[in-house]
Design a protein around this ligand. Structure first.
Ligand code: ADP
Ligand code: MG
Length: 490
């Protein structure tokens, strides 16, 4: 079976969604996205990598995760994952010079830099991308374009604003600030601005980054005494896109530095676009002068999509990637009706159904079978009965603590960690605003976000913690995998 085989595409796309959920966006883009699924035969799927370095790096670090994802999406259908080096591989360059992954400033945008363990190797594989020399920072997702974005009442205001900015960067609305809950298309819209403006004007330089990548880059330059280089890099672009700017909260030195970058860009008529999970004025520990600057242009929100918009998104996602297998309208309707909270989740449900149909000789399942297939996602949507109190109680019991410890100010690690776990689980399992969750713990919403992220990060390196959290989720009667995936994006 060849690379344009729909079944192969379905399996690999579905597995990629799973892998992205467990690895996070950055590692996914860096290590998994460059892989190509080229063959599926007799229970074995073959993935192609650029060169021998990538092969051993993937084998040693990611094969386990890829295998897990495969068995989750394809069950027994795929028994083996094999890796092969592309026959058209470029000769492997010497691993020197060592160039930091984040550093894609103008003098080194000749090719993509791939982080291979402790050394960074140049990969020429992306030089065919006509726009690669226009983009600095994090590579943009080629699918995040205006053409692929479904507009409905929930996002039309933000989309129009984004479109205006792409047409007239630096003059329409500056800065443009887009906020809203997770999985509602903020990153997609922001990157659409970057990609569309390059298409319209190939001299435009776009820097796409996140506040976390910005922080890492800043610290790296600070350590190396090269802050001037950092300044030059971000102040010499035409459009600066910063995702999840809320994580600037509490980072005083970076806020100071960013204040000047912001002013310089604005004075020069350069465009700034930011996304966040809340409006500027609600970001705690953000300097007042930044709050006021972030609000100077246009602040707009993306809301939860209506049923019609959800349906249109499903059909478009299906069209975009496969068109086959054929999915009956009753199933599209069922998914759109029942998966309301998050477009990422909507896409996950669709991929699962596509997989199921592909693996069953293109026969459509009954609605009952779809309900069974999507059981964990639907449980999350309905979430009957779970309260903050219940979650706090189960976590406290699991760690032999008093329920009062869950809302106490005690900083001892033996209490602080379970408390953060409880916050994380409230985010995953209860449809409530961060402010409401904060209230249940006597904390601010910034603390809830911080706790959730801390737990998410620690879980990826600490299997013991992960096992404990999975056990707690089971005690709460929920599915651990679906619950953990739900928090992706916080
Ligand atoms: P956010 O940044 O708000 O958390 P993303 O931009 O990452 O959300 O969107 C999550 C997923 O949902 C992406 O795959 C994105 O393409 C998709 N998505 C969200 N809204 C839409 C939409 N209106 N039309 C098409 N796809 C959408
Ligand atoms: Mg996002």
């Amino acid at each position: 079976m060849s690379a344009d085989n729909p079944l192969l595409n379905t399996i690999w796309k579905s597995a990629c969604l799973e892998i992205k959920n467990s690895l996070g966006e950055d590692a996914y883009i860096r290590h998994i996205e460059p892989l190509k699924a080229i063959d599926v035969n007799d229970g074995k799927i073959t993935l192609e990598v650029d060169n021998e370095y990538s092969l051993s790096w993937i084998k040693n670090n990611y094969l386990g995760i890829i295998n897990d994802a495969m068995s989750k999406v394809a069950g027994d259908f795929i028994k083996d994952v094999s890796l092969s080096v592309s026959e058209t591989q470029e000769p492997i360059p010497s691993p020197e010079p060592i160039i930091p992954v984040q550093d894609m400033s103008s003098d080194n945008n000749l090719g993509r830099i791939v982080n291979i363990g402790s050394v960074n190797v140049y990969s020429q594989s992306n030089t065919t991308d006509p726009h690669s020399s226009n983009v600095r920072g994090i590579k943009m997702n080629a699918e995040y374009t205006f053409a692929n974005f479904i507009v409905g009442p929930s996002n039309s205001f933000a989309t129009n604003a984004a479109f205006a900015v792409a047409n007239n960067p630096g003059t329409a609305y500056n800065p443009l600030f887009i906020y809203g809950d997770t999985g509602l298309g903020k990153t997609h819209l922001m990157q659409s601005i970057g990609q569309d403006s390059i298409t319209k004007n190939n001299r435009i330089i776009v820097c796409n980054t996140t506040s976390e990548a910005l922080l890492n880059d800043y610290l790296e330059n600070l350590r190396n005494n090269t802050v001037e280089k950092f300044r030059k890099k971000y102040r010499s672009v035409d459009i600066l896109l910063i995702d999840d700017i809320q994580f600037l909260a509490g980072k005083a030195a970076l806020q100071e530095e960013f204040f000047h970058t912001f002013n310089t860009l604005k004075e020069r008529g350069k465009q700034i676009v930011m996304t966040s999970d809340r409006p500027p004025k609600d970001i705690d520990k953000l300097e007042e002068r930044l709050v006021s600057r972030f609000s100077q242009g246009l602040v707009c929100s993306v809301e939860h999509p209506s049923f019609e918009t959800r349906l249109a998104i499903l059909k478009q996602k299906h069209e975009q990637n496969y068109k086959v297998p054929i999915i009956p309208d009753t199933i599209f309707n069922f998914i759109a009706q029942n998966v309301e909270s998050n477009v990422r989740q909507l896409e996950g449900a669709l991929r699962r159904v596509e997989m199921h149909i592909s693996l069953n000789n293109n026969l459509s399942p009954s609605i009952e079978a779809v309900r069974e297939l999507l059981k964990d996602i639907l449980t999350l949507e309905i979430q009957p009965g779970l309260t903050f109190n219940e979650i706090q109680k189960v976590v406290a019991e699991h760690y032999n603590l008093n329920i009062a410890d869950m809302a106490s100010k005690c900083r001892s690690q033996s209490i602080a960690l379970p408390r953060q776990i409880a916050m994380y689980l409230c985010c995953a399992l209860i449809k409530a605003s961060l402010g409401e969750i904060g209230g249940a713990f006597g904390k601010t919403h910034a603390t809830i976000i911080h706790a959730t992220k801390t737990i998410k990060d620690r879980m990826s390196t600490d299997p013991d913690l992960k096992r404990n959290i999975e056990a707690i989720i089971k005690k709460l009667g929920r599915d651990p995998v679906a619950t953990i995936n739900m928090v992706d994006g916080y």
